[in-house]
Design a protein around this ligand. Structure first.
Ligand SMILES: [Cu+2]
Length: 141
């Protein structure tokens, strides 16, 4: 008696990897690499970007209305956040000095910009000590 299987006996690991690679490309997983075994039609520059990697630089406005805008920014490890101080003086403190946080901007600052570098992944909450309740968040990943 002939026993048949629903599984394709000729489906080998290359076919599985090829199908997975196609899925990665369709979902624009940016780490997907062209695989010679798949024939390769994928180029990062022409495919639409659904969600890219975190930016390496962001700017936060410290506004005269006592807000950090945008309130939360997300950057890559090693990226920078430039705090753009407006006409009203503010400062920036990473309270409790979490590991990897840049130095505080202790001096009341207005009409200037200061760039902070984040070399460790994490979520860094900062406050202005002049204005209670004025705080923002930098997510580094
Ligand atoms: Cu302030």
């Amino acid at each position: 008696m002939l026993i048949t299987s629903r599984c394709d006996p000729y489906l080998d690991i290359t076919d599985i990897l090829c199908a997975f690679h196609t899925w990665l490309v369709q979902h624009d997983i940016r780490r997907a690499r062209r695989s010679p075994s798949c024939g390769g039609s994928y180029t990062a520059s022409t495919d639409p970007v659904v969600s890219g990697p975190p930016v390496t630089a962001a700017t936060v406005q410290a506004t005269p209305s006592n807000q950090f805008t945008p309130n939360t920014v997300t950057i890559a490890v090693g990226g920078t956040v430039t705090v753009d101080f407006g006409s009203v003086a503010h400062n920036v403190f990473f309270d409790n000095a979490p590991a990897g946080a840049p130095a505080d901007i202790t001096a009341p600052s207005s009409n200037k910009s200061t760039t902070l570098t984040f070399n460790q992944a994490g979520t860094f909450v900062y406050d202005c000590h002049i204005h209670p309740g004025m705080h923002g968040t930098v997510v580094v990943k």
